[in-house]
Design a protein. Structure first.
Length: 342
């Protein structure tokens, strides 16, 4: 016997690395040292920092991958993978520098996984970070043929004096909600259960979705906010804190960016809930509390700014094709979020 008899094709793995080489190189920044194929990726810190702090983040895509497999469409989940990591790192004020991915599958399908890596490369370009390397693991017997899983890891950099940790927040600061592109990459176990239990097909086209199918709608990749946020800071907008609205929605994630003695008061009717969430609530008979505790409900990222810059901030992001809303304000408290569900 050899390794191929056990279900692992080493030659196919080598061919796959060659096939994705140009995709990886297309993301490189000038700080990248060397190329693809070494035991580790090397990256030189950018110049100009006095006290550089490295900020790291890691995440996956979750059961959204099940939909990609059902529809045999794999070019968007890589964007989700990058987005979930770089948006997290961004909340500290850090610029993402480089990204690594881990891709595990039951049997290596080069065409399928090249689509996945193309998505990862696209996400890295959107975030301005280099795809520095990764790992592909062929694991027969652990994953079914055709199935794969993804994990990602990102490192960003920020000047220590400019880190955002909630200490800049003041009572009266305004919460500006930035629109999500849809469900992003959280809550898909519930999405899939609703569609399965109610016997819908991913090819169905509910009238609320303007002609798009369920599959096309719910595979919409997570919005990457990096370049717009960094541009806002460069333009002089004073952002005191940021929150990435992921699993747990606004109730769990927005309080994470608060400093001591602060709370958030939300105006629940200050933005329009997108149809992708209205349909889930209606068809699945999901109550309001469960919806807000599971999904982003149309707000994918929040920046907190001085009241004097609230309208300027909204206008800035709208000029970058991101809808923005004044959704609440900072008040005195102990880290709670009020007004959303009570």
């Amino acid at each position: 016997m050899d390794y191929r008899d056990a279900g692992v094709d080493v030659e196919a793995g080598r061919d796959f690395v060659g096939q994705i080489r140009n995709l990886v190189h297309s993301t490189f920044r000038k700080e990248v040292i060397g190329g693809l194929g070494g035991f580790g990726g090397c990256f030189e810190l950018p110049p100009g920092y006095k006290q550089p702090v490295l900020v790291s983040g890691t995440d996956g895509v979750g059961t959204k991958l099940k939909i990609a497999n059902i529809l045999n469409r794999h070019d968007t989940v890589g964007i989700d993978l990058v987005a979930m990591c770089v948006n997290d790192v961004l909340t500290s004020g850090a610029e993402p520098l480089f990204f690594l991915d881990y891709l595990a599958t039951g049997k290596l399908n080069q065409e399928q996984l090249t689509q996945v890596v193309a998505g990862v490369a696209s996400g890295c370009k959107q975030a301005g970070c280099a795809l520095l390397g990764g790992e592909t693991a062929e694991m027969p017997g652990f994953y079914q043929v055709g199935e794969y899983d993804l994990a990602g890891f990102c490192v960003g950099i920020v000047e220590k004096s400019q880190m955002l940790d909630g200490s800049l927040l003041e009572v009266g600061d305004v919460a500006i909600g930035l629109a999500s592109s849809g469900v992003h990459s959280n809550g898909f176990s519930l999405v899939r259960k609703i569609i399965s239990d109610k016997q819908f097909s991913w090819d169905d086209t509910p009238s609320l979705f303007g002609g798009k199918s369920l599959g096309e709608t719910y595979l919409t990749p997570t919005r990457i906010y990096v370049k717009s946020i960094l541009a806002a800071q460069k333009a002089g907008l004073k952002i005191h804190a940021m929150a990435h609205i992921t699993g747990g929605g606004l109730p769990e994630n927005l309080p994470r960016c608060l400093g001591e003695g602060k709370a958030i008061e939300i105006q629940p009717d200050s933005w329009m809930i997108p149809p992708v969430f209205e349909w889930l609530a209606q068809v699945g008979d999901v109550n309001q509390q469960a919806m807000y505790n599971t999904f982003n409900m149309g707000i994918g990222f929040v920046v907190l700014v001085p009241p004097s810059q609230a309208q300027q901030t909204i206008s800035f992001f709208e000029s970058h094709d991101i809808a923005a809303y004044n959704i609440g304000k900072v008040i005195s408290g102990s880290g709670e979020l009020i007004g959303l569900l009570n």
